[in-house]
Design a protein around this ligand. Sequence first.
Ligand SMILES: [Zn+2]
Length: 81
Amino acid sequence: MDANEKIPTAIELTITGKLTRADTGEPLRGVPVELHVSTVCRVCGRALSVPESVKRGIGPTCLKRVNQAVKDYKETEEAEV
Ligand SMILES: [Zn+2]
């Protein structure tokens, strides 16, 4: 990136990998890890300004909607059993 080039306001960073024990280097099986940072909400695309939201990659309003949808889905699933 050129030094004079403006940094875009919508930035996403995703790091995926495996967890290993720091003391032995032994890999922890079945524990995939993904770190995601985004300056825009992954659901609606609005800019995120609160650090907690940036870490999550989703704004508080969309988070509530997603959590509610998951809750509704689980309740539907339980009702069908
Ligand atoms: Zn959103």
